[in-house]
Design a protein around this ligand. Structure first.
Ligand code: TYD
Length: 207
């Protein structure tokens, strides 16, 4: 079986990743293309345990370095256990967040530095880079509006506030600037259908 395709989705809370991932999955299914949808942190038994620690509001004393290393640990696990084998089987793997999240959230918003995060990202993924990344870009105001509408409770990281999210967004914009071949920035304030067709068109070109 030939090598599959590795697609990641990124963006701040409320950007519409989950909706678009579901629509892309439906699109691939309709074409009979074998796919795997997973999320970070999580996606494996070990990863889901790490996710609980990371998102638990009670862990308010977690240091930024401990946080970064836990995200990287979960990533190392999902890469070896799920992503690489699926790609080797020729599947299209769609991952809800990947190493650009660490760059934006820990590297930029938490001030851990992009050099350190890039280094740890490389160690965690051991040579596996996404073929394509969709960065669904919305303003922090729009994110807040959508979150209020949904009314969900925020987790430990989402609860960091809007100035934190603004830094995350800047982190993504920085990443997209430096890796513009891989990262496609999409204006996520457009309609769901419009975004879905942009994504389906880009993916179709690579299938
Ligand atoms: P999740 O509930 O999956 O959020 P979302 O639906 O927005 O993807 O929680 C993941 C949280 O972890 C989210 O706030 C982003 C954050 N995160 C990081 O800070 N660094 C990372 O490397 C990853 C993968 C996620």
């Amino acid at each position: 079986m030939g090598k599959g395709l590795f697609i990641t989705f990124e963006g701040i809370d409320g950007c519409g990743k989950s909706t678009q991932i579901e629509l892309l999955r439906t699109f691939l299914d309709s074409k009979g293309i074998d796919n795997l949808v997973i999320r970070e942190p999580g996606g494996t038994v070990v990863g889901e345990k790490i996710r609980e620690i990371l998102l638990d509001k009670k862990n308010s004393d977690m240091t930024s370095l401990a946080e970064l290393l836990l995200f990287e640990a979960a990533r190392a696990q999902i890469v070896e256990e799920k992503i690489k084998p699926a790609i080797d089987e020729g599947k299209v793997v769609i991952c809800d967040r990947f190493y650009d999240s660490s760059l934006a959230y820990q590297g930029v918003a938490r001030n851990m530095g992009t050099d350190l995060v890039n280094l740890l990202n490389n160690v965690a993924v051991s040579g596996l880079d996404p073929d394509m990344t969709f960065f669904l870009d919305i303003s922090v105001e729009e994110s807040l509006r959508r979150r209020n509408k949904r009314g969900d409770e925020s987790d430990r990281i989402e609860g960091m506030g809007d100035s934190f999210l603004e830094k995350v967004r800047q982190g993504y914009l920085y990443a997209a600037l430096y890796d513009s071949d891989r990262i496609k920035t999409i204006d996520a304030s457009s309609s769901v259908e419009d975004i879905a067709s942009q994504i389906a068109n880009s993916v179709s070109e690579r299938l």
